[in-house]
Design a protein around this ligand. Structure first.
Ligand SMILES: [Zn+2]
Length: 260
Protein backbone atom coordinates (compact mmCIF):
# COMPACT_ATOMS: atom_id res chain seq x y z
CA UNK A 1 0.00 0.00 0.00
CA UNK A 2 1.50 3.34 -1.00
CA UNK A 3 2.03 5.75 1.85
CA UNK A 4 2.78 9.44 1.94
CA UNK A 5 6.29 9.46 0.37
CA UNK A 6 5.29 7.22 -2.54
CA UNK A 7 2.11 9.23 -3.19
CA UNK A 8 3.97 12.53 -2.98
CA UNK A 9 6.41 11.37 -5.66
CA UNK A 10 3.62 9.94 -7.80
CA UNK A 11 1.74 13.26 -7.62
CA UNK A 12 4.77 15.31 -8.51
CA UNK A 13 5.66 13.12 -11.50
CA UNK A 14 2.05 12.92 -12.68
CA UNK A 15 1.84 16.72 -12.47
CA UNK A 16 4.91 17.08 -14.71
CA UNK A 17 3.34 14.78 -17.27
CA UNK A 18 -0.30 15.93 -17.45
CA UNK A 19 -0.56 19.53 -16.20
CA UNK A 20 -2.11 21.89 -18.81
CA UNK A 21 -3.22 18.91 -20.92
CA UNK A 22 -6.83 18.10 -21.79
CA UNK A 23 -8.92 15.10 -20.76
CA UNK A 24 -10.69 13.04 -23.40
CA UNK A 25 -13.86 10.99 -22.97
CA UNK A 26 -13.40 8.56 -20.05
CA UNK A 27 -13.55 4.83 -20.74
CA UNK A 28 -15.48 3.29 -17.87
CA UNK A 29 -14.98 -0.38 -17.13
CA UNK A 30 -16.14 -0.69 -13.54
CA UNK A 31 -18.52 2.12 -12.53
CA UNK A 32 -18.79 0.82 -8.94
CA UNK A 33 -15.55 2.46 -7.84
CA UNK A 34 -16.59 5.83 -9.30
CA UNK A 35 -18.81 8.42 -7.68
CA UNK A 36 -19.91 11.61 -9.43
CA UNK A 37 -20.66 12.33 -13.07
CA UNK A 38 -17.83 11.17 -15.34
CA UNK A 39 -19.56 12.82 -18.35
CA UNK A 40 -18.37 16.15 -16.99
CA UNK A 41 -14.70 15.31 -17.51
CA UNK A 42 -14.40 15.37 -21.28
CA UNK A 43 -12.50 18.37 -22.71
CA UNK A 44 -11.56 19.69 -19.27
CA UNK A 45 -8.07 21.10 -18.84
CA UNK A 46 -5.87 19.77 -16.05
CA UNK A 47 -4.85 22.70 -13.87
CA UNK A 48 -2.86 20.87 -11.24
CA UNK A 49 -2.21 17.54 -9.52
CA UNK A 50 -2.07 17.51 -5.72
CA UNK A 51 -1.97 15.20 -2.72
CA UNK A 52 -4.12 15.47 0.38
CA UNK A 53 -3.39 12.69 2.86
CA UNK A 54 -3.54 9.56 0.74
CA UNK A 55 -5.82 11.17 -1.85
CA UNK A 56 -4.42 12.00 -5.26
CA UNK A 57 -6.29 14.99 -6.68
CA UNK A 58 -6.47 16.16 -10.27
CA UNK A 59 -7.70 19.73 -10.31
CA UNK A 60 -9.86 20.79 -13.26
CA UNK A 61 -11.84 23.96 -13.81
CA UNK A 62 -14.10 24.15 -10.72
CA UNK A 63 -13.91 20.39 -10.35
CA UNK A 64 -11.68 17.67 -8.98
CA UNK A 65 -10.99 14.04 -9.62
CA UNK A 66 -9.96 12.40 -6.34
CA UNK A 67 -8.31 8.97 -6.37
CA UNK A 68 -7.76 6.76 -3.33
CA UNK A 69 -5.75 3.61 -4.00
CA UNK A 70 -6.59 1.83 -0.71
CA UNK A 71 -4.58 -1.43 -0.44
CA UNK A 72 -4.22 -2.59 -4.03
CA UNK A 73 -5.21 0.27 -6.30
CA UNK A 74 -2.96 1.56 -9.03
CA UNK A 75 -2.42 4.50 -11.38
CA UNK A 76 -0.44 3.99 -14.58
CA UNK A 77 0.18 6.55 -17.30
CA UNK A 78 0.85 4.76 -20.59
CA UNK A 79 0.50 5.27 -24.34
CA UNK A 80 -2.29 2.73 -24.96
CA UNK A 81 -6.01 2.99 -24.24
CA UNK A 82 -6.93 -0.72 -24.21
CA UNK A 83 -8.01 -1.96 -20.79
CA UNK A 84 -5.74 -4.11 -18.62
CA UNK A 85 -7.31 -6.87 -16.48
CA UNK A 86 -8.08 -4.88 -13.36
CA UNK A 87 -8.71 -1.44 -14.83
CA UNK A 88 -11.77 0.42 -13.56
CA UNK A 89 -11.49 3.59 -15.60
CA UNK A 90 -9.20 4.92 -18.31
CA UNK A 91 -8.77 8.66 -18.75
CA UNK A 92 -7.32 9.78 -22.09
CA UNK A 93 -4.95 12.76 -21.77
CA UNK A 94 -3.69 14.13 -25.10
CA UNK A 95 -2.53 10.82 -26.57
CA UNK A 96 -1.62 9.15 -23.27
CA UNK A 97 -3.91 7.25 -20.92
CA UNK A 98 -4.30 7.17 -17.16
CA UNK A 99 -5.28 3.63 -16.14
CA UNK A 100 -6.87 3.51 -12.71
CA UNK A 101 -7.79 0.16 -11.27
CA UNK A 102 -7.77 -2.29 -8.39
CA UNK A 103 -7.95 -6.10 -8.49
CA UNK A 104 -10.02 -5.96 -5.29
CA UNK A 105 -12.21 -3.08 -6.48
CA UNK A 106 -11.76 -1.20 -3.21
CA UNK A 107 -10.03 1.84 -4.69
CA UNK A 108 -12.17 4.92 -5.10
CA UNK A 109 -12.51 7.69 -7.63
CA UNK A 110 -14.65 10.70 -6.82
CA UNK A 111 -15.65 13.44 -9.23
CA UNK A 112 -16.57 16.40 -7.12
CA UNK A 113 -16.85 20.17 -7.27
CA UNK A 114 -15.58 20.60 -3.73
CA UNK A 115 -12.79 18.87 -1.85
CA UNK A 116 -13.42 20.51 1.52
CA UNK A 117 -15.44 17.58 2.86
CA UNK A 118 -12.68 15.22 1.78
CA UNK A 119 -10.03 17.28 3.48
CA UNK A 120 -12.01 17.90 6.66
CA UNK A 121 -12.00 14.17 7.34
CA UNK A 122 -8.23 14.11 7.22
CA UNK A 123 -5.76 14.72 10.00
CA UNK A 124 -2.75 16.99 9.69
CA UNK A 125 -0.27 16.27 6.92
CA UNK A 126 3.06 15.39 8.59
CA UNK A 127 5.02 17.24 5.89
CA UNK A 128 3.04 20.46 6.35
CA UNK A 129 3.70 23.41 8.69
CA UNK A 130 0.56 22.50 10.64
CA UNK A 131 2.25 19.40 11.96
CA UNK A 132 3.97 20.74 15.06
CA UNK A 133 5.43 19.17 18.19
CA UNK A 134 2.59 20.77 20.12
CA UNK A 135 -0.03 19.21 17.84
CA UNK A 136 1.55 15.78 18.25
CA UNK A 137 1.85 16.18 21.99
CA UNK A 138 -1.79 17.28 22.44
CA UNK A 139 -3.09 14.53 20.16
CA UNK A 140 -1.18 11.87 22.11
CA UNK A 141 -2.59 13.06 25.42
CA UNK A 142 -6.16 12.82 24.14
CA UNK A 143 -5.77 9.30 22.82
CA UNK A 144 -6.22 5.93 24.49
CA UNK A 145 -4.60 2.89 22.91
CA UNK A 146 -1.14 2.14 21.62
CA UNK A 147 1.29 4.30 19.69
CA UNK A 148 1.42 2.14 16.56
CA UNK A 149 -2.34 2.44 16.00
CA UNK A 150 -2.12 6.16 16.75
CA UNK A 151 0.44 6.75 14.00
CA UNK A 152 -1.78 5.01 11.45
CA UNK A 153 -4.95 6.91 12.44
CA UNK A 154 -5.67 9.06 9.37
CA UNK A 155 -7.91 11.39 11.41
CA UNK A 156 -4.89 12.52 13.44
CA UNK A 157 -1.94 12.38 11.04
CA UNK A 158 -2.71 11.62 7.41
CA UNK A 159 -0.51 9.54 5.16
CA UNK A 160 1.35 7.15 7.49
CA UNK A 161 0.65 3.44 7.03
CA UNK A 162 2.03 0.17 8.36
CA UNK A 163 5.53 0.34 6.87
CA UNK A 164 6.47 3.87 7.89
CA UNK A 165 4.81 3.53 11.32
CA UNK A 166 7.24 0.67 12.09
CA UNK A 167 10.25 2.61 10.77
CA UNK A 168 9.29 5.79 12.62
CA UNK A 169 8.98 3.93 15.94
CA UNK A 170 12.31 2.17 15.37
CA UNK A 171 14.22 5.43 14.92
CA UNK A 172 12.35 7.00 17.86
CA UNK A 173 13.29 3.93 19.97
CA UNK A 174 9.69 3.50 21.12
CA UNK A 175 8.02 0.11 21.54
CA UNK A 176 4.92 -0.10 19.29
CA UNK A 177 2.74 -1.44 22.12
CA UNK A 178 3.29 1.58 24.38
CA UNK A 179 0.12 3.43 25.41
CA UNK A 180 0.04 6.90 23.82
CA UNK A 181 -0.35 8.58 27.18
CA UNK A 182 2.75 6.92 28.63
CA UNK A 183 5.22 8.76 26.40
CA UNK A 184 7.58 11.19 28.12
CA UNK A 185 8.29 14.68 26.80
CA UNK A 186 11.64 13.46 25.43
CA UNK A 187 10.01 10.49 23.73
CA UNK A 188 7.37 12.68 22.10
CA UNK A 189 10.13 14.91 20.77
CA UNK A 190 12.05 11.89 19.47
CA UNK A 191 8.84 10.64 17.84
CA UNK A 192 8.17 14.00 16.23
CA UNK A 193 11.68 14.19 14.78
CA UNK A 194 11.49 10.60 13.61
CA UNK A 195 8.20 11.19 11.77
CA UNK A 196 9.69 14.16 9.91
CA UNK A 197 13.09 12.57 9.23
CA UNK A 198 11.82 9.15 8.19
CA UNK A 199 9.27 10.56 5.74
CA UNK A 200 11.68 13.12 4.30
CA UNK A 201 14.37 10.48 3.87
CA UNK A 202 11.88 8.16 2.14
CA UNK A 203 10.81 11.02 -0.12
CA UNK A 204 14.40 11.68 -1.12
CA UNK A 205 14.96 8.01 -1.91
CA UNK A 206 11.80 7.58 -3.97
CA UNK A 207 9.80 5.62 -1.39
CA UNK A 208 9.84 1.87 -0.85
CA UNK A 209 10.16 -0.42 -3.85
CA UNK A 210 7.81 -3.19 -2.74
CA UNK A 211 4.61 -2.03 -4.39
CA UNK A 212 4.03 -1.89 -8.12
CA UNK A 213 1.15 0.52 -8.01
CA UNK A 214 2.44 2.96 -10.63
CA UNK A 215 4.93 3.41 -13.43
CA UNK A 216 5.36 7.04 -12.44
CA UNK A 217 8.15 6.44 -9.94
CA UNK A 218 11.57 5.48 -11.24
CA UNK A 219 13.16 2.65 -9.30
CA UNK A 220 16.82 3.57 -9.51
CA UNK A 221 17.00 3.94 -5.76
CA UNK A 222 14.56 3.28 -2.96
CA UNK A 223 13.95 3.50 0.77
CA UNK A 224 14.95 0.26 2.49
CA UNK A 225 13.03 -0.43 5.73
CA UNK A 226 15.20 -1.41 8.70
CA UNK A 227 12.60 -3.35 10.70
CA UNK A 228 9.40 -3.61 8.68
CA UNK A 229 9.07 -7.18 7.29
CA UNK A 230 12.55 -7.95 8.68
CA UNK A 231 11.53 -10.58 11.24
CA UNK A 232 14.58 -12.56 12.36
CA UNK A 233 17.05 -10.14 10.75
CA UNK A 234 19.54 -8.42 13.01
CA UNK A 235 18.75 -4.95 14.28
CA UNK A 236 21.11 -2.56 12.45
CA UNK A 237 21.93 -0.86 15.77
CA UNK A 238 22.28 -3.68 18.35
CA UNK A 239 22.20 -6.96 16.34
CA UNK A 240 19.19 -8.32 18.30
CA UNK A 241 16.79 -10.24 16.02
CA UNK A 242 13.78 -8.17 14.91
CA UNK A 243 10.48 -9.59 16.16
CA UNK A 244 6.99 -9.52 14.69
CA UNK A 245 3.77 -9.10 16.63
CA UNK A 246 0.23 -8.25 15.55
CA UNK A 247 -1.26 -4.90 16.48
CA UNK A 248 -4.77 -4.20 15.24
CA UNK A 249 -4.41 -7.18 12.91
CA UNK A 250 -1.36 -5.70 11.20
CA UNK A 251 2.13 -7.23 11.26
CA UNK A 252 4.25 -4.97 13.46
CA UNK A 253 8.03 -5.27 13.48
CA UNK A 254 10.45 -3.89 16.07
CA UNK A 255 13.69 -4.39 17.95
CA UNK A 256 12.87 -5.66 21.46
CA UNK A 257 16.14 -4.25 22.80
CA UNK A 258 16.30 -0.77 21.22
CA UNK A 259 12.59 0.01 21.44
CA UNK A 260 11.47 0.47 25.03
ZN1 LIG B 1 18.20 -2.96 18.36
Amino acid sequence: MPELPELEILVSNLRNRIKDKTLGRPIIINPKVISGDSNLLEDKMIKDVMRRGKWVLISLDEMYIAFHLRLNGYIFLVDYGEADSYDCIILPVDGEYIHFGDPRRLAQMKITSEIDSLIEELGVDPLSKDFTLEYLSKSLKKKRGNIKTFLMDQDIISGIGNTYADEILFWAKINPTRPCQSLSKEEIEALYNSIKNTLEEALKLGGTSTEEFTNLISREKSFEPKVHRKEGDQCPICDTPIVMIKIGGRGTYYCPRCQK
